[in-house]
Design a protein. Structure first.
Length: 332
């Protein structure tokens, strides 16, 4: 993979990773805010059925895969013409990886936008799992190649970290299809892949960013060795590790505030509205009127009972009162 191939791959992975992070966070926040249970729900169901965001994502994957396949075939033919068998083999390996990603995009588009190709749950994730696995094997084989390999093997070793995270996140997505964390972690790993491809292009193919004391030995398209003498190799590996740590730190510093900002923007407002001191709804006003009327009726009934008791007590006192001559009244 030459300078142009690394830059193109970096643009592709970076754009797809940012787009997936945007769609996952957006639909998760809207769905989580609108759900009454408050549980974490995966927005994958919302992305299906001809959703525009999903179609754009699949279109980007398909276009970039086709371009990478075309450039791999061109590079393979050039390496064959120059007698570089290793470069031709590496180009064909990259062609196979791009084919798997193209198959994923086409199968996902057909199965999600029509009923022609119904697939069981988790099938698309398995295709993506095979694609990331093939990519992992591609860079792992480059890393464990010749014994006299140079500094480029350190960059190949570090790119295995985000690829492995994509593998693990996709496998977790198959096991837990309703969880939102696996696709979000995978989107972050895709962004890290994109930025690290840019770093590989600059550190391997440009003299300005190349480690001091190292020089590029190019035998074919992708068949290159960054040779370093003595302590330059150790210093170059330390610098590469430091660069990877900086990429990881910048990723967290960029995506986490972005997630917080999108959480504030894409949040469904609650249906509960607090009433002020002078704001009373019609139903509340009606219930208050009924309550006041009931209290008035209860007080009137209580006064009526008290008046009846007073009258009864007065009549009893009149019946038991003595006459003026000192004798009680006797009825015959």
């Amino acid at each position: 993979m030459g300078l142009e191939g690394l830059i193109g791959a970096g643009l592709g992975f970076l754009s797809i990773g940012l787009w997936q992070a945007f769609t996952v966070v957006k639909f998760f926040r809207l769905n989580d805010s609108a759900s009454s249970g408050g549980g974490a729900r995966r927005s994958r169901q919302l992305l299906k059925g001809g959703n525009s965001h999903r179609n754009i994502e699949l279109s980007i994957i398909a276009v970039l895969s086709i371009l990478h396949m075309v450039f791999s075939l061109i590079a393979s033919s050039n390496d064959q013409a120059h007698g570089s068998g290793v470069g031709m083999a590496l180009s064909l390996e990259r062609f196979g990886v791009a084919t798997l990603f193209l198959m994923y995009s086409l199968v996902a588009f057909i199965s999600e936008s029509s009923t022609i190709l119904p697939l069981p749950a988790g099938t698309l994730e398995l295709v993506a799992l095979f694609a990331f696995g093939e990519e992992f094997l591609l860079f792992y084989s480059n890393n464990s190649g010749e014994h006299d390999a140079g500094l480029e093997t350190q960059y190949y070793s570090l790119i295995l970290v985000p690829i492995g995270v994509c593998l693990l996140a996709t496998a977790m997505e198959v096991a837990f299809p309703t969880a939102v964390l696996p696709p979000f972690v995978r989107s972050m790993a895709l962004v890290l892949q994109g930025t690290w491809f840019f770093q590989m292009a600059a550190s391997i193919y440009t003299t300005k960013w190349m480690a001091q004391g190292c020089e590029l030995d190019k035998r074919g398209e992708g068949d290159v060795t960054l040779r370093c003498e003595g302590m330059s190799l150790m210093r170059g590996k330390a610098i590469a590790t430091l660069q990877f740590n900086c990429h990881l730190a910048m990723l967290l510093l960029f995506l986490l505030p972005l997630y917080a900002l999108m959480s504030r923007i894409y949040t469904v407002p609650s249906t509960y509205e607090r009433l002020g001191d002078n704001e009373v709804s019609d139903e509340a006003r009606g219930s208050l009127q009924v309550k006041d009327r009931g209290q008035e009726l209860a007080q009137a009934e209580y006064r009526h009972v008290l008046e009846d008791e007073d009258e009864n007590s007065d009549s009893l006192e009149a019946k038991g009162a003595p006459d003026t001559n000192g004798f009680h009244r006797v009825s015959i």
